[in-house]
Ligand binder design. Structure first.
Ligand SMILES: C[S@@+](CC[C@H](N)C(=O)[O-])C[C@H]1O[C@@H](n2cnc3c(N)ncnc32)[C@H](O)[C@@H]1O
Length: 321
């Protein structure tokens, strides 16, 4: 049995018998005015962060959500889109599609603004999406892509790139891990399917996105997720896993490489009123400007009167690259 089949099996079971501890997040479950999230959806929250941000959801976007789980984030997305078929949910596990379909009916009873028809559930594979080219404004996945081995991860990301319109956004939450893992951990299909042993370092994750063509990357959140300790897992040292929230925007690739925002800020502290690098970045004296990592490095070498702050990994828009 391949690891992909083991993953199908695990989520078939998680659809039939909700497993509250399967994925556990340290971020809050977003509650919005007039939104009631059914208890069963919360119990079937198999994500590791949030992919729902109001900033992505202006102008009636067409939304695609891959790996539906219990449907909680599709309900949250529907809260913003409120149109028939506004959110398409794709999942490869029949039982999960059926469970989420039932959960949307419960959501309908708890929310007078919501109709099940706002969500279009489709059986399909993240590695071969049943979705037309350039038809989606916002594509999302939560805690699925980390399960994929590298070639499948590249395929899944290229599928998302294909279906997004120009300037469309891929918003994701996934575990990452900066430490090496033993072969035993990496090759344990069940741990991989549980989102515990497939995660890769952040810079490798970002490279998969930029290699696929995404010109702008935003690291929106980074939090502690799990540890794999030698007394519970086949590892000699304690391994720390974090979860990230990240957006990849289908902007054209800049000639000098992608803009990756990790939460750095540039502040000019010279004696002039402002510093102009003549490349589109004007820093007013003692005013912070959010910059991508590429611009942060260029400004640092252009002047010794510019302070560059450390990455916060909590970038939420603004600034320039
Ligand atoms: C870790 S769960 C995450 C569920 C949901 N995103 C959440 O945050 O609660 C992974 C989901 O992806 C689905 N899945 C697994 N393999 C898939 C594949 N190859 N293509 C599409 N969906 C898949 C599972 O059925 C499950 O719903």
């Amino acid at each position: 049995m391949s690891y992909l089949d083991a993953t199908q099996d695990l989520y078939k079971q998680a659809a039939l018998t909700p497993d509250v501890g399967l994925c556990c997040t340290t971020n809050p479950i977003w509650q919005f005015p007039g939104l009631s999230i059914p208890k069963i959806m919360q119990e079937m929250n198999y994500g590791c962060g949030s992919t729902v941000s109001a900033q992505d959801l202006v102008n009636n976007p067409k939304i695609l959500y891959v790996g539906v789980g219990g449907g909680m984030e599709l309900l949250q997305f529907s809260y913003f889109s409120r149109q028939m078929g506004g959110v398409t949910g794709v999942d490869s596990v029949d039982e999960m599609l059926e469970a989420s379909r039932k959960n949307f009916k419960i959501a309908e009873e708890e929310n007078d603004w919501f109709k099940s028809e706002y969500v279009n559930l489709v059986k399909g594979d993240a590695l071969n999406l049943p979705v037309e080219d350039e038809s989606i404004d916002v594509a999302a996945q939560n805690c699925l892509f980390n399960i994929f081995k590298i070639d499948d991860l590249k395929k899944a990301v290229s599928e998302m790139y294909r279906v997004l319109k120009p300037h469309g956004r891929l918003v994701m939450s996934d575990p990452i891990c900066e430490q090496p893992m033993s072969g035993e951990l990496r090759n344990d299909d069940r741990l991989r399917a549980q989102c515990l042993s497939g995660s890769i370092p952040l810079k490798d994750y970002v490279k998969v996105l930029t290699d696929a063509g995404f010109g702008t990357i935003e690291i929106r959140g980074k939090r502690s997720y799990r540890v794999l300790s030698p007394n519970h897992y086949p590892t000699k040292e304690l391994i720390h896993i974090e979860s990230i929230e990240i957006a990849a925007i289908k902007d054209p690739m800049p000639a000098d490489g992608p803009c990756v925002f990790t939460g750095k800020t540039a502040i000019y502290f010279g004696d002039e009123a402002y510093f102009d690098d003549k490349k589109g970045h004007v820093l007013l004296q003692n005013q912070p400007l959010a910059v991508c990592d590429k611009t942060a490095a260029a400004l640092a070498s252009a002047s010794d009167e510019i302070f560059i702050s450390e990455s916060t990994y909590h970038y939420n828009g603004g600034g320039c690259c």
